[in-house]
Design a protein around this ligand. Structure first.
Ligand code: LCS
Length: 398
């Protein structure tokens, strides 16, 4: 059972306390790691009562574990949802949503610029189960409606998109979905609930790769689904438990530790990101910069309206196309060349040849992922060191 907290706490407080146990075993301040695969029944009757749902006690870790539960309650609170489900990875959260809620003959409308593997799942794997998709630019709301079919069950999007930083009006997309009796699912990985809470804007499901900001230290993978509706939760929980893409208690504990500093890390990294976006906009070797906090972002106003801050991701184009991008990435002295994002350390990568290499070139380019595009996940370092590193690397472009 989880500790009851005063109502209306702010996000920075919830991040620290939400999900803690109601009755700590020894007065411990940190939630323990319940590293056990199974839970003893005090009697045969109690075992039967747990299986029938009459008793809330734990049974078996794939079906539920107190450490994992603490993380789920924490995330449900941060996203203003009613319940959450932790998964082995972010991809496990995405596939659990599809496998739980879509069936043979159903149709999905999805944003056409998604994290590469998400798009590959939608386009190459789901059709094997008879689930078809139409990919559109959801940042243009008027592109969604014509893609809907009578059998469309879900609209799926990321905002901002990975890596192009396009923004979709969540409230508008939710209204379209609900008019057609479909669910709206938002992958909120790029923002974290500290910056954006899609359920408040009408989304039905929120997905996270916890590998990113929520954990924040680039040392663990994990995923989460958050919902408001109890029926949706029951359906997802059943499929997740049966299909088995669940989270391990040690993994949950590490992420729970990370979440406690989410607000501090987000404040610092998004402050750094805006400063770097401004610096890059002025740099002679940079051809364009895309960050929601820049006034020249085409949806800057929408970002101000639906986000609390602008996040800490950005992308930019460099002179010299592919060669220019490779030069910048190779010449970094401090910023790490790696995929992933949302850690305390800044990470730089080249989507066309790395995270989005699985997406065919023509589709990639249509989605705005050109060879000159470099993606930067801005961390919590001193921004002067990040700026100096970017400057010296960019100046190596001939
Ligand atoms: N959703 C988004 C928006 C992501 O960026 C990622 C991973 C996932 C879902 C999948 O989460 P995972 O299974 O890895 O926990 N994004 C990565 C990226 O941009 N670079 O490396 C991984």
């Amino acid at each position: 059972m989880q500790r009851k907290l005063p109502p209306n706490l702010h996000k920075a407080t919830q991040a620290i306390y939400a999900g803690q146990l109601e009755r700590p075993v020894y007065g411990e301040v940190s939630v323990p790691i319940f590293q056990t695969s199974t839970f003893a029944f005090p009697s045969a009757e109690e075992g039967a009562a747990r299986f029938s749902g009459e008793s809330p006690g734990y049974i078996y870790t794939r079906m539920g574990n107190p450490t994992v539960h603490a993380l789920e309650d924490n995330l449900a609170a941060l996203e203003n949802g009613s319940a959450a489900l932790a998964t082995a990875t972010g991809m496990a959260a995405i596939t659990t949503v599809f496998l739980s809620l879509l069936s043979q003959g159903d149709h999905l409308v999805a944003e056409h610029c998604l994290y590469g593997p998400t798009e590959v799942v939608i386009e190459a794997e789901m059709p094997r189960f008879g689930i078809e998709a139409t990919l559109v630019d959801t940042s243009n709301l008027s592109a969604i409606e014509p893609a809907l079919r009578p059998n469309t069950r879900m609209i799926y999007l990321e905002t901002p998109t990975n890596p192009t930083m396009k923004i979709t009006d969540i409230r508008g997309a939710a209204a379209i979905a609900h008019r057609h009796g479909a669910w709206l699912t938002v992958d909120n990985t790029f923002c974290s609930p500290y910056v954006q809470r899609p359920l408040d804007l009408g989304a039905d499901l929120v997905i996270h790769s916890l590998t990113k900001y929520l954990n924040g230290h680039s040392d663990v993978v994990g995923g989460m689904i958050v919902v408001k509706d109890a029926e949706l939760y029951r359906r997802l929980k059943r499929v997740l438990t049966l299909f088995g893409a669940t989270m391990d208690p040690h993994q949950a504990w590490l992420i729970l530790r990370g979440v406690r500093t989410l607000p501090l890390r987000m404040e610092r990294s998004q402050d750094n990101a805006l400063k770097l976006a401004e610096f890059l906009s002025r740099h002679p070797k940079v051809t364009w910069v895309r960050h929601p906090g820049l006034p020249d972002h085409p949806q800057h106003g929408l970002a101000q309206a639906q986000m609390d801050g602008f996040g800490a991701m950005l992308c930019f184009g460099v002179q010299g196309g592919l060669e220019g991008a490779k030069t910048v990435i190779n010449r970094m002295r401090l910023i790490t060349r790696a995929v992933s994002l949302g850690g305390v350390e800044s990470l730089i990568e080249h989507p066309a040849s790395m995270t989005h290499a699985g997406v065919p070139r023509e589709k990639r380019e249509r989605a705005g992922i050109g060879d000159e595009l470099v993606r930067l996940s801005v961390g919590c370092e001193d921004v002067r060191d990040l700026q100096a590193d970017l400057d010296q690397a960019l100046n190596k472009i001939p």
